[in-house]
Design a protein around this ligand. Sequence first.
Ligand SMILES: Cc1cn([C@H]2C[C@H](O)[C@@H](COP(=O)(O)OP(=O)(O)OP(=O)(O)O)O2)c(=O)[nH]c1=O
Length: 201
Amino acid sequence: MSVNISSELMDYDVILASASPRRKELLSLMCENFRVIPSDCDEKIPEDVTPELAPEYLSGIKCRCIASVYDLSVVIGCDTVVICDGEVLGKPVDEADAIRMLKMLSGKTHHVVTGVTLGRGCRYSSFSVDTAVTFRELSDQEIKAYVKSGEPMDKAGAYGIQGLGALLVEKIDGDFYNVVGLPVSRLAEELHEFLKKVQSK
Ligand SMILES: Cc1cn([C@H]2C[C@H](O)[C@@H](COP(=O)(O)OP(=O)(O)OP(=O)(O)O)O2)c(=O)[nH]c1=O
């Protein structure tokens, strides 16, 4: 049962291959002791990878980059993107890019997809979770004020639903924590299954 995942993980050296403070906080809900070792791999998405599969692909790159060095550890790699009108929105490169993204998201439903790859030795398992988020109509003035707050700059799609960005959201369909960067409930289930496979090796 995945609610016992915290005790199951105690037998392993767990590494979160992510620089995201949000993921660190969320992983601590289910894992008491883990190390954070962000990967610095090239995050380019090949042309033949569809927007929906991009986060799973990128999470695999981040996981493999660390798991190939720490081959006895259980490594968790993650990637979150926003998909709107078929376009993948990562983190904005500057304020103008953040304004462009928020104008695009205004008054529409977009998808936030987080891909996760679990790895240990040469064993890997990937999955992704999709949450639909609908923004209300935003005025140019409030977009500018939000960007000036600085909150959008390190976040996919240029907003943080867990912060001031909550005020932009009309409704959400799916896991809230998936939008923040880690689908905790599904992750606990997947970790439980992954550890079973690792043990049976
Ligand atoms: C949409 C959204 C994204 N985000 C964050 C989650 C991720 O940290 C970030 C997406 O960027 P990622 O590239 O997935 O992650 P990262 O660069 O922060 O960390 P790393 O690559 O080392 O794992 O956007 C929020 O915090 N709130 C939100 O509402």
